[in-house]
Ligand binder design. Sequence first.
Ligand code: ADP
Ligand code: ZN
Ligand code: ZN
Length: 731
Amino acid sequence: MIARVIVDISAGDVDRVFDYVSIDGTERGSRVSVPFGNRSIEGYVIEMSETTDVPPEKLKTIQSVIDDRPIISEEFLRLCDYMTEHFHLRKIDVFRLFLPSKMRGGRIKSLEKNVIEISSEYKNEDPALFIKKSAYSQAEVFEFVREAGSVEQSYLNANFSAAAVRNLLTRGVFVSHKETVMRTPYSNIVQRDNTVVLTDEQRSAVDMILSGDKPTLLFGVTGSGKTEVYLNAIETTLKSGKTAIMLVPEISLTPQVMRVFRSRFGDEVALLHSGLSDGERFDEWRRLLTGGAHVAVGARSAIFAPLENVGLIVIDEEHDTSYASESNPRYITRDVAMFRARYNGARLVMGSATPAVESFYRAQQGEYALARLPNRVNKREMPAIEVVNMCNEVMYGNSGMFSAKLVTALDECLKAGNQAILFLNRRGYSSYVMCRKCGYVAKCEDCDVSLVYHKDENILKCHYCQRRYANLDLCPNCKSPHIKQGFMGTERIVENVSALFPSARIIRMDNDTTRTKDAHLKLLGDFAAGNADILVGTQMVAKGHDFANVTLVGIIDADMSLHFSDFRAVERTFQLITQVAGRAGRESKAGRVVLQTYTPNHYVYRFATAYDYEGFYDKEINLLRATRFPPFSEILRMLITCENEDIALDATKYAIDEMRKISAEYENDFIYLNAMRSPKKRIQTKYRMQLLMRVKPSDEIRRRVYEVADEVAVKFPQTICFTEINPNDLS
Ligand code: ADP
Ligand code: ZN
Ligand code: ZN
């Protein structure tokens, strides 16, 4: 038989399939070792065939089948086809997603030990018949093993004569087999019966999730007991003999969360997250593959958990941007989850206190069933959000970063021995331009998104249409010269707080302080343990953490994400405010939120302070409908990068010419099409050009776009060209 193999090399934009003569044990889905040039590399068998076009003298033979079973199941082979087509990816990149990275190339193996037993034919025999009287050491170790049943070989070698052990093995008196030892994280946590009695609301949410044929959107305010709903649904799924996958944003995978799962499901659960050692990760994955565990809990990539017979997939905090992979291979977790749910006939639930506008729209359209948890379990009120107009502060001579109200609140909080969180939005790093007196924000006249200041050229630019504007010296609205460009960082906040409260202990949490593995967990742990009074941080502090002592949350510059040049900027702002506010007063102490803004009249603050998600949704969806942004269209971005600027330009010119022809064919379905330099013009010595399209969502159009991308790859092999669907970040 001939095996068609995708080999594990990165070269070019397209997969190459190579034919090899198969050996015993080769199956569709096997991972194999094959000769390639003058070396040997790994590959995946995607098809078995009787025939090949390769002339016999050129045909090589597979060297070995690496695993004891095909490691890519039928489901994953089909998923690979789906992902290559839907997201326009190379097969090899998709296969790489399916396995723990360190497993490829044999860099990590399971931990195995040799275990020795007496073979069945000698078990009930008199040892005198086959062990000579003089061979004391053989008799001794034989007796020991007969008593013990089965013993690790290393133990025998250390405590008896290794030569005797070897002799008995060679003669077949002893037999040995390998047993895998699992490196299980959090294995010290014991399983407990800690189920709670669900409220009626929770009960009906579970019922809705587990029945029916549509995915469910679980819309529940923070503290409404969503986690309990997921746990319950997972339990029911396990009882019916099926498996479950639960996804959470990486940043929320705190030790507390993992303890919850371990104590609820014991060894049934495998945890997959970036904090694990390679060995642990591999073993957890292997336990899922071999049926040792039936629930996978992890960040985005856990959607590829090697489980069969999946009965339930949970996507917690479904609005979180980390569910879209933004580096190659780019994929949207929800789409993969939908595929797996369809394939397995599994239930899918996506939950959030602030669902993505697109998700809520789908629920309104009847694509998803909608389950609601409008009340908090402990009946506690959401903390009051006080909006401070920073323009007034400027007017009254306070040009610092903290309003008088926030300073007073901090003072009171610290004096009472409580903790505070000061939140700064990292998304603001690409800087918008704003008048500090009247709050005017420079926007694109064509696109209604904020302009971005480009320091190198001293101009303002729209990242959607690339239209350029002169930089502002005076505010066009109030003629004030107090124009603010750039952003403020967490470091400056820490400096300022220290100056105001010299004795306060402060922890800073941002990309810089959390670079090392587990750093963010350590910082959060320190704060939870009361080793600091104030936590200053970016979105990392916003998610899911429970701090009993936090009574104050300060949102330093709420507008930052609002004016980020992204059509989802307002939505993100609403989500962030709701989330950060949820950090205040989680337990018995009442919480308070001070939100600083230069645009206090923006509708997002009205809805956010009232915790009115649906009011916000109605407003937002109408705007999106009017401007024809997703979900009323799909944004496609084709990014072309190349070390050589001229080639990048030529390739882009080729692509836009082709796309213009195509858009003429689908006249009504193209809302927008243009080619331009990317906002980040050059990254890592590569020039970056892009085509931006806004189209009516359609498989056909997407396919045509991908075809053009493939042509670019063939005609301009020096370039790298890929296409994203509704990217979160257009830089
Ligand atoms: P969410 O995920 O919606 O923010 P959680 O699931 O974390 O909410 O629940 C908030 C708190 O309420 C948790 O401490 C949880 O243990 C508790 N809780 C949830 N459901 C119940 C219930 N039915 N009875 C008692 N306590 C509950
Ligand atoms: Zn524009
Ligand atoms: Zn102004």
